[in-house]
Design a protein around this ligand. Structure first.
Ligand code: NAP
Length: 231
């Protein structure tokens, strides 16, 4: 049965693979939004503890969480995610897989770099190849966990915009619904070939934050330039 709250939001069943910081922050946000969440971890005690902290509906192993969710969040390290998706491919078939991973590694180049080849190669595309019967969306990887823990993320008077990439219409619909139910604004950014851009943007932003600077100060909209003429 499908339930709708006063805002018309649909109650969704969401499985989470992972029990760490992002599992807790996003899972908590979805519980607050009225969704039913199962935390799935390879360590049963961690899954139970994270589920208890956020008030999740259930906890279990990764395969159980994959089968539980209409949507399934991969909240594991980026270098693990494609392999895990492959191991759970049968359980993930027909699900919307939400990939929040950031494929990042340290470097001697003045900041972290992608651990993928870049270009169009991305953790998201690798996950899509590993679980070919799931619909993958790249989403929720741009913001730090602390942002998702906020009750209503909004800054400078505007709800948080959440960029996402997907090829699959069902994933597009569900991702928009989830983002909206969290009080945020969906920001569609193209198909999964462009997920590499979101992953690179996250690595770039993390490098800037680690240097002690503020990313958003580097991206004023052209429209903010007084007297500017725009095409
Ligand atoms: N933290 C952030 O602010 C943030 C922001 C944006 C995106 N992300 C991305 O979100 C993902 C999760 O980050 P996190 O900060 O939540 O990491 P985390 O706190 O270290 O949690 C990682 C989780 O992955 C599990 N895991 C690791 N290897 C596994 C495997 N082989 N099979 C099954 N589970 C495995 C861990 O289980 P064990 O406890 O059993 O090891 C743990 O539950 C990463 O890809 C990260 O790049 C993080």
């Amino acid at each position: 049965m499908t339930f709708h709250d006063a805002n018309g939001s649909r109650t969704m069943r969401i499985g989470i693979l992972g029990t760490g910081a992002m599992a807790e922050a996003l899972g908590g946000a979805w519980v607050r939004a009225g969704h039913e969440v199962m935390v799935g971890g390879r360590n049963a005690a961690s899954a139970a503890a994270t589920a208890a902290r956020i008030g999740a509906t259930a906890h279990g192993g990764p395969a159980e969480a994959a089968r539980y969710g209409e949507a399934v969040l991969l909240a594991v390290p980026a270098d693990v995610a494609p392999q895990l998706a492959g191991e759970l491919a049968a359980d993930l078939a027909g699900r919307i897989v939400l990939d929040c991973t950031v494929p990042m590694q340290p470097s001697s180049h003045g900041g972290p770099v992608l651990s993928t080849a870049g270009g169009t190669d991305s953790a998201a595309l690798r996950i899509a190849v590993a679980a070919p019967h799931a619909d993958v969306a790249k989403v929720f990887g741009i913001c730090h966990e602390s942002i998702w823990a906020l009750p209503q993320p909004a800054f400078e008077g505007a709800p948080l915009a959440v960029p996402f990439c997907t090829d699959a219409p069902p994933a597009d619909v569900v991702t928009r619904e989830l983002i909206t139910s969290m009080g945020c604004t969906p920001l569609p950014c193209g198909d999964l070939q462009r997920a590499a851009l979101l992953e690179a943007a996250a690595v770039f932003a993390i490098g800037v934050w680690w240097s002690g600077s503020e990313v958003r100060h580097a991206f004023p909209a052209p429209a903010l330039a007084p007297g500017a003429v725009h095409d």
